[in-house]
Design a protein. Structure first.
Length: 178
């Protein structure tokens, strides 16, 4: 009878230990497919946008810039770019539709020929900085799917706890504590 109790105690301890190790792995993987990724400070050289020289007052609106993580395949319709912000290299933000036009589904932007755009174009390095949120290739784009995936770690933890409690209850019953 003593070997049976010892075996159950070891099994219960291993179950709790295994659950504690696996819960972190499961939670990390679920975050990988349910959280969008963020890009900050992606640099784009806008020198080609200036038509006739560095100190001119005209912007070529036909030049299209594409961000690095532009949506492709299913992301074009199901997960376009969000939270897009464009600024000059010194941190002065441009205004959407006034200073630039951004297309979420394509991940492209063009500068607008406006006084504000010209006044805030970078002087020294010809760079603008883009920040945005995008969906990775393994992102779960269905809201009900993300909800289901987010429940997995919790249910796994409950299952491991209930298994360990069942084993310890069996040990308590075998030793006469219950």
């Amino acid at each position: 009878m003593g070997d049976n109790i010892t075996s159950k105690l070891i099994l219960g301890f291993i179950t709790l230990l295994l659950g504690a190790v696996l819960i972190g792995v499961i939670a990390t993987q679920q975050l990988a497919v349910t959280d969008k990724s963020v890009v900050t400070s992606e640099t784009h050289n806008v020198l080609p946008t200036i038509l006739t020289g560095r100190n001119e007052t005209s912007v070529n609106e036909s030049i299209v810039y594409t961000i690095t993580e532009a949506p492709t395949s299913w992301k074009v319709d199901d997960c376009p770019i969000t939270n897009f912000v464009l600024a000059n290299s010194s941190g002065s933000a441009f205004t959407d539709t006034t200073d630039y036009v951004f297309t979420e589904a394509a991940g492209t932007f063009t500068l607008v020929n406006s006084a504000t755009t010209i006044a805030t174009l970078p002087v020294a390095d010809n760079n603008t900085v883009a920040s945005y949120t995008y969906c990775g290739d393994d992102y779960m784009n269905l809201s009900w799917g993300r909800t289901g995936i987010n429940l997995v770690a919790g249910f796994f933890a409950i299952a491991m706890l209930m298994t360990a409690l069942g084993i310890f209850y069996s040990v308590a019953k075998d030793t006469g504590l219950m």
